[in-house]
Write a protein that binds this ligand. Structure first.
Ligand SMILES: [Zn+2]
Length: 415
């Protein structure tokens, strides 16, 4: 039996449309005088498999309304773009990843239809995004992976085991991921790929140290909202949170390494502020519209714990930059401060390393080079280890009977 019902309708906002367009229905809203727009063309589909969900991103040639038709009995739903057509090169791919069983694309009398079969029925989360070119638009669909409760339980076990047994816990955060590609180099190198490669090498280096355990905020090519990243560090009561990024400047001559820690008031300079704005922007893609910002944190930032962990953060930043300087490969631009959302843990010393400039052709070449990635991983690891050798070992729940409560949190995309 078909239980199909249109239950989500959206509109992808065009470049000149206000954000509120998300809430509007796709029914006609343009004036009858205006020229008819060309049919929206479904150009491509990208898929990203994460631990808790799979993200599908449909590229359209122009902003367009869309609606969702669900058939929960058949474990499937369709994204329908009225009057939409399919590009000859459109390939839905052959995804079967434990959350999605299959994807098919068709042109029907109504328009373009993308049908997604799920392993198990879960209502998808759908939203529209303005395209990067200012012309195209994207429809983003998040499908929840079955077994969330089991995954949450397994993670709680891991948190308990590590917090009770590890002498030191370092959370390494590969910047960006999935549809949030980060900065792009002249040879089309994506920041998200470089940050993951360096983070994995950094993890391996750190774990050669006895008593050090490393947790990655992502281990593949998928989105993780900024807030979720530092929440991982808090959940594990980590000694260090380090976020890995690549810099980018308007001119191609920018070069060298910067290490940041949080500023609660203003950035150390205009360029730092612009960079933080750029990095924080990633959440527009990761979280979609209408999600909370980190402004609610402002109230809890100004306490003693925060002051203490910010002092530790500055020591950590100096230690990492010192090791990179000793490597003598890159210019060292200094330790700076700015309002990076990912550094806003009030309790965990946190830094962000802008390893090198991906839009500088020379440094892009380095960033792509596995030898350089390894070198950078080793240098950051040495900086962290030097810091840890001097930093106090703080009590953790389950280790010394410290009773500070840690609310269980969920790393899933569903909120
Ligand atoms: Zn970045």
């Amino acid at each position: 039996m078909l239980l199909a019902a249109a239950w989500i309708t959206g509109a992808v906002p065009g470049p000149s449309q206000p954000r509120a367009a998300f809430a509007r229905s796709s029914k006609k809203k343009s004036s009858s005088k205006s020229k008819p727009l060309p049919a929206p063309v479904a150009q491509s589909l990208r898929t990203y498999t994460g631990p808790n969900s799979t993200r599908l991103v449909l590229d359209l040639s122009r902003s367009s309304g869309f609606r969702i038709e669900a058939d929960s009995a058949a474990n499937s739903f369709s994204v329908i773009v009225p009057k939409g057509v399919k590009s000859p090169s459109f390939d839905p791919g052959a995804l079967d990843d434990g959350a999605v069983r299959s994807i098919a694309a068709d042109e029907t009398s109504e328009g373009f239809r993308l049908t997604v079969r799920l392993v198990e029925w879960n209502a998808p989360r759908v939203f529209g995004l303005e395209g990067e070119t200012g012309q195209s638009s994207r429809v983003v669909v998040d499908v929840i992976r079955p077994g969330q409760a089991e995954r949450d339980a397994a993670e709680r076990v891991r948190v308990d085991r590590l917090t009770a047994n590890a002498r030191r816990i370092v959370v390494v955060d590969p910047g960006h991921g999935g549809e949030a590609v980060g900065a792009v180099g002249p040879k089309k190198t994506h920041e998200k790929d470089v940050t993951l490669a360096i983070a994995q090498r950094l993890k391996a280096e750190l774990e050669r140290q006895p008593g050090v355990q490393v947790v990655l905020t992502r281990s593949g090519d998928y989105d993780v909202p900024l807030r979720e990243r530092y929440k991982v560090a808090e959940r594990y009561q980590a000694d260090v949170f380090v976020s890995i990024h690549c810099n980018s400047s308007r001119r191609r001559t920018g070069s060298g390494t910067e290490v940041y820690f949080l500023s609660m008031s203003s950035a150390s300079d205009e360029a730092s502020k612009a960079l933080a704005d750029l990095e924080n922007n990633a959440d527009k893609v990761s979280e979609g519209p209408g999600q909370g910002t980190d402004d609610d944190l402002a109230g809890i930032l100004y306490d003693l714990k925060q002051t203490e962990s910010m002092q530790q953060s500055s020591v950590l930043a100096e230690s990492i930059l010192g090791e990179i300087e000793a490597g003598r490969r890159l210019e060292v631009r200094g330790v700076r401060q700015a309002g990076f959302a990912v550094l806003k843990s009030p309790t965990v010393p946190s830094v962000l390393v802008e390893t090198a400039f991906i839009n500088n052709p020379t440094e892009e070449r380095l960033l792509r080079d596995p030898g350089f990635q390894q070198e950078m991983g080793e240098q950051i690891a040495r900086g962290i280890v030097a810091y840890l050798s001097r930093a106090p070992i703080l009590p953790r729940d389950g280790r010394t009977g410290n009773s500070a409560p840690t609310p269980p949190a969920n790393l899933g995309l569903a909120r």
